[in-house]
Design a protein around this ligand. Structure first.
Ligand SMILES: [Zn+2]
Length: 389
């Protein structure tokens, strides 16, 4: 059989074809619609909610999306010809309910059915993120999620430095960095974003320069200010996730209170001499009984018991260790894989090499994550207030 038309006519007699409207209704009802066109075709639009697997990879990847051979699978190409051939292959593989969508995406658009412009990786991204793309749990879909993500790193210091470097390297699309401080020579022992040359310059400027040199394709937003009760919601609402690398309780409580109110994940890292702590405070995660920071630490400790790094000292490498764990956690949350530190507190001691994870629960009486009426959410503490607490 050398004639494609004869071949397609033969396939039409053995493959069930359905209209785009029928396929759309099935997709709405939860059935699997696979857009089998090539990447450059898909980038011009693809049915919203469709899975995208180019025809050349369909047989290899179908098992990942359709585990049950009795499952209904709808295949869509540009005009309805390639989907016939693809449906034939899936039938040969044992899929019993495969359908080809008549008229393909051309007809889908003619009928004004909803479609989206899916984000795809650029040529340079395939090279840069190759080692991510090789991990099945991350892959192209995960990398696209990272590139579409927006993370706010609070503090461009000891924890914020490795966090920002690894998030930039991982291809987080937008990284906001907030810090009002200037680089001091004593910072360089641990704050690896900055160099001798940046002593005396704003930390966010030094950070932007370093991160942009590492990954020029992502957006770095330097915010040279201090988070306070008045600006926190405006700043946070532009981001999907907040990474708290601050070294003072005032800002920690403020970040917690705003994150709980806005439902954003708060990845928290802190250090003290040889000890570090990491957790994700995210009551809105829907994962078990995940508490907020206030559930675990209802009130700030007295000032004399809560010295900052500047006062207490810290082993320079420790914020690096804690920051790398924080960055790992952020990437897992954004790409959607693995077990998280929600409801868990990871405590590290670099002197004794202990890594202990403790279960932490939501406190039913917590006025923040326990608040059911947004109109009565506790007001944010102002700087002077929380200092005097
Ligand atoms: Zn709470």
């Amino acid at each position: 059989m050398h004639d494609i038309q004869t071949f397609l006519s033969k396939l039409q007699s053995s493959i069930d074809e359905v209209s785009v409207l029928h396929a759309y209704k099935k997709l709405q009802a939860g059935s699997l619609l696979i857009d089998i066109r090539e990447k450059d075709e898909v980038s011009g639009g693809s049915p919203a909610g469709a899975i995208r697997i180019p025809k050349g990879m369909l047989e290899m990847k179908i098992g990942q999306v359709a585990t049950d051979p009795a499952q209904e699978v709808y295949l869509l190409c540009a005009s309805g010809k390639r989907s016939l051939v693809a449906a034939f292959c899936l039938q040969q593989m044992g899929y019993e309910n495969v359908y080809s969508v008549e008229g393909g995406f051309g007809e889908w658009k003619n009928r004004a059915l909803p479609f989206e412009m899916p984000r795809t990786l650029k040529e340079a991204d395939y090279e840069r993120y190759k080692r991510h793309l090789l991990i099945p749990e991350l892959g192209e879909a995960g990398q696209i999620k990272l590139l579409s993500s927006r993370v706010l790193v609070v503090g461009a210091g000891g924890i914020g430095s490795p966090v920002a470097l690894y998030l930039a390297a991982a291809g987080i699309g937008t990284i906001g960095l907030i810090d009002d401080d200037i680089v001091d020579r004593s910072n360089l022992q641990r704050q690896i974003l900055h160099t001798e040359q940046s002593v005396g310059s704003p930390k966010v400027d030094s950070a932007k320069q370093r991160l942009s040199a590492l990954n020029p394709a992502i957006r770095i937003v330097p915010i040279q200010t201090r988070l306070d009760a008045d600006n926190i919601e405006t700043i946070l609402q532009d981001y999907d996730l907040v990474l708290d690398g601050t070294d003072n309780f005032t800002t920690r409580y403020l970040i917690n209170d705003a994150c709980v109110k806005l439902g954003k994940p708060n990845v928290h890292g802190s250090v003290f001499r040889f000890e570090g702590q990491v957790s994700t405070f995210w009551p809105a995660s829907g994962k078990g009984n995940a508490p907020c920071y206030r559930c675990v630490y209802p009130t700030p400790p007295p000032a004399e018991l809560a010295p900052s790094c500047a006062e207490a000292g810290v082993l320079g490498v420790l914020p690096g260790l804690v920051g790398v764990i924080c960055a790992t956690e952020a990437i897992k949350i954004l790409a959607g894989f693995g077990n998280l530190l929600t409801g868990k507190l990871l405590c590290i001691n670099a002197a004794t090499w202990s890594f202990d994870t403790y279960e932490i629960d939501q406190e039913p009486s917590c006025p923040y994550c326990g608040c059911t009426d947004p109109a009565h959410y506790p007001p944010y503490a102002h700087f002077e207030q929380s200092c005097s607490m």
